[in-house]
Design a binder for this molecule. Sequence first.
Ligand code: ATP
Ligand code: MG
Length: 652
Amino acid sequence: MASETAPAIILNVDDNEDVRSFRTLLLARSGFEVVEAATGGEALSLLKRQEPELVLLDVNLPDISGIEVCRRIKSDSSTNSIPVLQISAAHTTDFDRIRGLDNGADNYLSSPVDPDVLIATVKSMLRLRRTQTALQREIIERERSQQALRTTHSLLRAIIEASPLAIFALSSSAVVTSWNPAAERVFGWLQTETLNNTLSIIPDDQKDNWSKLFTSVLWGEPITGEETVMKKADGSLVDVSVSAAAFDSDSAGSGVIVIVEDITHRNQLQAQLRQAQKMESIGTLAGGIAHDFNNVLTGIIGFADLLLSQINAADPFYNPIQQIRKLGDRAATLTRQLLAFARRQLLDFKNLNPNAIVTDSLKFLGRIIGEHIDLKIDLEENIHTIHADVAQIEQVLTNLCINARDAMPGGGRLTIETRNTVLDESYVSNHPGAKAGSYAMLCVTDTGLGMDKSTKERIFEPFFTTKDFGKGTGLGLAMVYGIVKQHGGLIYVYSEIGKGTSFKVYLPAVEVPADAVIPSKTDFPIGGTETVLVAEDENAVRELVVAVLESLGYKVLTAKNGAEAIQLFEGRADEIDLVLSDTIMPKVGGKELFDVVRRRKPDLRFVFMSGYNVDAVGENAGAIANVDFLQKPFSPVVLGRKVREVLDNRKE
Ligand SMILES: Nc1ncnc2c1ncn2[C@@H]1O[C@H](COP(=O)(O)OP(=O)(O)OP(=O)(O)O)[C@@H](O)[C@H]1O
Ligand SMILES: [Mg+2]
């Protein structure tokens, strides 16, 4: 079809050349573009190519009659909108006119026709045709936009149906007008129960707030991500994030659409994460203090011991010094507990059977727990092996059992269980810090007092205790926490006031059989004549070690730091039987010294003295051959025993 502004193309069909030319002239003069055809066939084929806006059609044509041509134009959907003006000189009766119009002609004129009438008729027909076209276009356009609207509507419906977020609409009078499946899931109210009713998910104490909020949203102030609580069908509360905006609909007036996200789970995860971060930062602080304390204590305890060994019990200074020694021990124990919490202990990892640890501990646990408590043991038969430090796991078990005992002053039942457990991905996604895999679970359950929420939140903090002054230090569970974490494990507590408490400790399983026996401590002769190289930057510690070793008969070479030690070693490697070194020293540390020694004399025994410096020698330091550790603070007896034992190549 020609554009509105271009001159209209008119197909002028007549077999009489004179008549045809005359009409062409007339039309061209009035500004039309004219295409001519002399026969019906020609007219029909031109029609397709030229797309005229009007056909001027003679009735008498040599091949196909004008009446038939008109019929064909009108019966073809691609051409039937083109107006046909039939003109005839031969058929001029009313009957002819009627026949022409009946066959689809839009107008019928008898020839000869007044030129002005012809042009006026053509123009009027074109006007009509253009109006019709515009109308048709508008109808198509309207249909198209209605289709688009239907698509958008069904898309929106699908989104609302499939949304994981609860979505509902309220009328301006706060009546529910729509309620999606997620809303059914979140609140437990079915669509059929809510539609045309007022909301039943607002807790009583939130009703005023909610109606204010609803009004302001309705007045055009949308809200996004407002955190609050709502009520489920079963009466329980749910943490939610609410967004809402007003909408207008012609049929139902204005209303409010509300989108609700259930954030209970998210809040729980956040709380767990905050808790973990809190423990992490307390650990850093406690570990830092304990580390420095350790060095001080090594000196205090060591010198007290040295003095005690040089005076006899009748000496007036003996008792005061013994007091110093005792207090030093007490401080050392606290420090070690703090180090356990801070996950800074040197661990002696072995492949262990958790059941064996429980069974071995029972001997002394029974005594600690007392007879008023019924002890029940429930062990998984083929329990997974764990890679752990036996003394530490015993400590965990002991601390948990003591707490359980204290929670059951009037008696009760204490159950110790072991279980093989798999933590899967869904568990892990709900427990920050957990890793999926196989675990051996150690569970200690009591039927005691239980704990409230606020106690439960703090039990792993060092120095948190609900026990009377002097009864508890609040370090028991802090140690347990640190030990479990240092073993790559997890600990969870379940407790209800009046019902009891259950601690579950998950330790990663290893796929190797447990080591045959847990080696026991043997008696020891101390003293010797071998040569020991001592490297220690802390004066107090170094002087103590040297004094102790010399008093035991050893030959001692001393170095104030790693560099000095290396120099000494390089010069006298052949004489040296053992190296005793601090792990952290300025510039050249214990590890570097160790590497130098190892290169030169791979079999030389090496003892690291350390309070906690796992990092300095690597987590798996225990696994390096011919390396031993001496935990600071240590007493002279422990030092002497360790040195003798290592030189005799015995392993404790
Ligand atoms: N089985 C339990 N039942 C009830 N409450 C417990 C239980 N275990 C621990 N608690 C609570 O956790 C607190 C902290 O325990 P934790 O073992 O760390 O310290 P403590 O027992 O108070 O002192 P410490 O163990 O240092 O002697 C306890 O004071 C008690 O309130
Ligand atoms: Mg305790």
